[in-house]
Design a binder for this molecule. Structure first.
Ligand SMILES: Cc1cc2nc3c(=O)[nH]c(=O)nc-3n(C[C@H](O)[C@H](O)[C@H](O)COP(=O)(O)OP(=O)(O)OC[C@H]3O[C@@H](n4cnc5c(N)ncnc54)[C@H](O)[C@@H]3O)c2cc1C
Ligand SMILES: NC(=O)c1ccc[n+]([C@@H]2O[C@H](COP(=O)([O-])OP(=O)(O)OC[C@H]3O[C@@H](n4cnc5c(N)ncnc54)[C@H](O)[C@@H]3O)[C@@H](O)[C@H]2O)c1
Length: 466
């Protein structure tokens, strides 16, 4: 039986980084993958999603270009060309992941991995390797990096709905799509399908999309949604889906019905745990996820660790990578590097993207007196084309120390701008630093260094309650 210092289950963002860094530090390392090398981000997440966001955006830009003198008319969009080109790119990236791991000296197992006991793993057939013989290996350390999968609502007719995994491989682009859920995936795909020419119904339970983001930013996003030709249905709880001769009918609580060609459930994700046989290793599961300590990724069983989406903590690629890197260094190398998980930036790649770093106004107001700075303007690139939709920026500043607790932006290039600002916020940026920074003109980003007067002052919410 082969023996390793480290065995990683799952070759996604976190697992690949953990295996590679451990091997580069001299450990004898193996990794198992059952479905696709590179995991969700590369195959069914960030990368194909962003390529599709670009595809949708090109259509809008062709439209804008006419106002700048170009004799062009967009569409119709050829879905097949996009999907085939996207698949070729993903295949190329899969190859890079495999060769990167091999080059680092990591041994690769293709198949479904599961525990035999706390130090033994068995790898059996999977969709990527249906004919593989069962192999058993032992390891001093085992990392569970199995990620997550889309969650389907348990409503009658749920089997008629697609989830994000399916959306990347549809044969044709549906003319009408009803998207359930207004988290990251719901709103990003609403923008994608609308941009490619589909009629989109955006169905969600709350009053505003993107729960968890700054309330004011959510209000601005909600105003931008209809400008993209998307029909919003806030406050709508789905009840059942029926197949009809024309397509599907989505029934919503209160009697509303939505006729569509495709119901897309973007209703969250859950950790991949079911086939792991965690009970044989004694790993505890709480509320469907493996609970770990963020600082060392330890589970309740010595020598078994968990990183990334399987812990249901941050559920983003850069944090899974950071967790994997940190763990590998802690086990086999130097541990000098610090990571600021608290200032993890976030972006929602909608047609008017939203990006944020740090605290929302609501979170910050729990403990601080705040100066809130805001700015709303029409991006210059829209000035000739007349494309609707204002950019909006917001700074959440602690009144006393002048430390910038949060920075938020909706508008063109906001993810690129906020990534830059995230460095400054992580380094302890104050409003005074922004005030003494010279702008870069003409850009949208310069607005962050020219907001002089607070829009409002906000007392701590504890004061409001008294
Ligand atoms: C549509 C979509 C868009 C996204 N967009 C973004 C984005 O723009 N930015 C961002 O930061 N994040 C994004 N995410 C989230 C991001 O993809 C995840 O947070 C990230 O991939 C998590 O990495 P991970 O290593 O924890 O798991 P994963 O990348 O999911 O990797 C886990 C791997 O383990 C394998 N596996 C599972 N069980 C077993 C087993 N028993 N044996 C062997 N292998 C197994 C799986 O096949 C998978 O390849 C997106 C997600 C989705 C679904
Ligand atoms: N740009 C990015 O970084 C990016 C993009 C996509 C996904 N992701 C990651 O993937 C995760 C999953 O994305 P997601 O959009 O599926 O999840 P989410 O948690 O962001 O949103 C889920 C949505 O489903 C709704 N919902 C849940 N249960 C429901 C029910 N019973 N009935 C009706 N609606 C219900 C929620 O109200 C919410 O609107 C995200 O949390 C994020 O971490 C990140």
């Amino acid at each position: 039986m082969q023996e390793f210092d480290l065995f990683v289950i799952g070759a996604g963002s976190g697992g690949v980084r953990c295996a590679r860094i451990a091997a580069q530090n001299g450990a004898r390392v193996a990794i198992a993958e059952r479905r696709h090398w590179g995991g969700t981000c590369v195959n069914l997440g960030c990368v194909p999603k962003k390529l599709m966001v670009y595809a949708a955006e090109y259509g809008r830009e062709i439209d804008d270009a006419r106002a700048y003198g170009w004799d062009v008319t967009p569409g119709p969009h050829d879905w097949r060309t996009l999907i085939d080109a996207k698949d070729r790119e993903i295949e190329r990236l899969n190859g890079i992941y495999v060769s990167m791991l091999k080059k680092a000296g990591v041994e690769l197992f293709t198949g479904d991995a599961r525990f035999v006991d706390a130090n033994t793993v068995e790898i059996g057939p999977s969709e990527l390797a249906p004919d593989t013989a069962v192999q058993t290996v032992r390891a001093k350390n085992i990392v569970i990096a199995t990620g997550g999968a889309p969650t389907r609502l348990d409503i009658p007719g749920a089997e008629h709905a697609i989830v994000s995994d399916d959306a990347f491989h549809l044969e044709n682009r549906p003319e009408r799509v009803a998207i359930i859920g207004s988290g990251y995936i719901g709103i990003e795909f609403a923008g994608i399908f609308a941009g490619l020419g589909s009629q989109v119904d955006f169905v969600y339970r709350q009053d505003l999309p993107l729960r968890g983001f700054d309330e004011e930013m959510r209000r601005h996003i909600a105003e931008l949604v209809p400008l993209n030709g998307i029909t919003s249905h806030p406050g709508s709880t789905p009840e059942r889906i029926e197949k009809t001769s024309e397509g599907y009918t989505l029934h919503v609580k209160g009697g509303k019905v939505i006729e569509t060609d495709c119901v897309f459930m973007a209703t969250g994700r859950h950790p991949n745990l079911t086939s792991l046989r965690l009970d044989l290793a004694g790993v505890e599961v709480t509320d469907g996820r493996i609970v770990t300590r963020l600082e060392d990724a330890k589970t309740n069983v010595p020598g078994i660790y968990a990183i990334g989406d399987v812990t249901d903590t941050y559920n983003l690629t850069p944090t899974a990578i950071a967790e994997g890197h940190l763990l590998a260094e802690r086990l086999f190398g130097e541990t000098g590097r610090e990571w600021s998980f608290g200032t993890t930036p976030k972006a929602v790649f909608f047609s008017q993207p939203l990006a944020s770093v740090g605290l929302t106004e609501e979170e910050a107001a729990e403990h601080h007196t705040l100066d809130i700075y805001t700015s709303s303007f029409t991006p210059m690139r829209q000035s000739l084309s007349g494309r609707k939709g204002k950019a909006f920026m917001k700074l959440v500043v602690d009144s006393k120390s002048q430390v910038v607790l949060g920075a938020h932006m909706i508008g063109p290039d906001s993810p690129e701008i906020i990534q830059g600002l995230a460095i400054a916020v992580t380094a302890g940026l104050t409003k005074r630093d922004l005030d003494r920074t010279i702008g870069l003109h003409p850009t949208s980003a310069e607005e962050f260094v020219t907001m002089r007067t607070p829009t409002r002052h906000v007392p701590p919410s504890s004061d409001k309650q008294n």
